[in-house]
Ligand binder design. Structure first.
Ligand code: GFB
Length: 317
């Protein structure tokens, strides 16, 4: 299995997003000197011709395929066409170009929503495609499953060393804090912050508060991605998470305690709950020797500090 040379050409597809920016930080901290990136306006990853030319010019040896159109439960429900089209195209163009230009290894990142809605918990890698998906994010999940199958097909037919990892719900610096498209954790940070600033005592949480979720800090994920790139060589994908979950109500209480302890919680049950529970079985990753380091409360506190330092300049999509 390759140990990546410090001067290897490494392409991070999606380097400005939550995950890509964390992987870029991790690679720089690890002394990797030859990082390749392309801005969105320079390279449309949905365009096979453009991606082929970019790969011919830059010839990456290692590819972290972490680009995509992502969002929380509302964005998934209201923009299903974008979620399936953008992601299927991006996965296909990058995997195909990596094969054609002979990349040594590619790591593709999926999502824990690939597993069936009623999946036994914690969810083992082999539970993929054993039952119907959660309707609120089915188009996104189908695109993500297609990405896994792409990597497996190119491995089987062409012998490519293309692997997949499935992270749980992520959060951290560079997250999306826009309330119409964000995931729950950054949404709660923004909601409690805005309530504090505007002098409102109540914060509205979507759904019943009873769904359970697992959260991993994106710096831990980035560390896991480098670890997996150097140690995982299997056809089957590998889960990346903490192995611990909590209810949305408990999460909201934790964010409240960090951001605005005096606030009261209210629940808007007209909003969807989504999957009842999504806890990954991370025994394969633990057996390889990797464990997360950043506890949830500390991660929320540091993400709130990041939010305070940057919220004047945050995107609003
Ligand atoms: O993070 P989230 O949007 O996505 O929502 P999923 C998780 C839970 O938090 C749901 C509740 O039960 C939401 O109803 N929630 C409470 C909120 N308040 C809020 C709020 O203010 N904003 C948001 N966004 N949620 C996504 C999938 O599922 O997870 C994607 O749609 C992807 O495909 C991603 O897999 C990781 O965890 O339900």
């Amino acid at each position: 299995m390759p140990t990546i040379a410090k001067d290897a050409r490494i392409y991070v597809a999606g380097h400005s997003g939550l995950v890509g920016s964390a992987i870029t930080r991790r690679l720089k901290a690890g002394g990797f000197t030859n990082l390749l990136t392309a801005e969105r306006h320079e390279l449309d990853l949905r365009d096979q011709g453009a991606v082929d030319v970019w790969f011919q010019t830059n010839r990456p040896e290692y590819v972290f395929l972490v680009a995509g159109t992502v969002g929380g439960i509302l964005a998934n429900s209201t923009r299903p066409a974008e979620f399936i089209y953008d992601n299927m195209m991006i996965h296909a163009t990058v995997v195909h170009a990596a094969y054609r230009e002979g990349a040594r290894k590619l790591l593709y990142l999926g999502s824990s929503c690939i597993y069936p809605r009623e999946c036994p918990q914690p969810m083992k890698e082999e539970y993929l495609l054993t039952g119907p998906l959660e309707p609120t994010n089915e188009p996104y999940a189908v695109a993500k499953i297609a990405g896994i199958k792409l990597c497996q097909a190119y491995r089987r037919q062409y012998g490519c060393d293309f692997i997949s990892a499935m992270p749980t719900n992520l959060y951290g610096p560079n997250d999306n804090f826009d309330l119409t498209s964000s995931h729950v954790l950054p949404a709660l940070i923004r909601k409690f912050h805005d309530a504090k600033v505007e002098g409102r005592g109540e914060v509205v949480i979507w759904g019943t508060g009873s769904p359970r979720r697992e959260f991993l800090h994106v710096d831990d994920l980035a560390d896991a991605c480098l670890f997996i790139m150097e140690r995982w060589d299997e056809n089957i994908h590998i889960n990346v998470g903490t192995g611990e979950d909590l209810s949305i109500r408990e999460l909201a209480e934790m964010v409240r305690d960090v951001v605005f302890p005096e606030a009261r919680l209210a629940f808007d049950t007209s909003k969807p709950d989504g999957t009842p529970r999504k806890l990954l079985d991370v025994s394969s990753l633990h057996a390889l020797g990797w464990h997360h380091r950043i506890g949830l409360r500390d991660g929320i506190a540091s993400t709130y500090r990041w939010f305070l330092a940057h919220h004047d300049h945050l995107r609003t999509t």
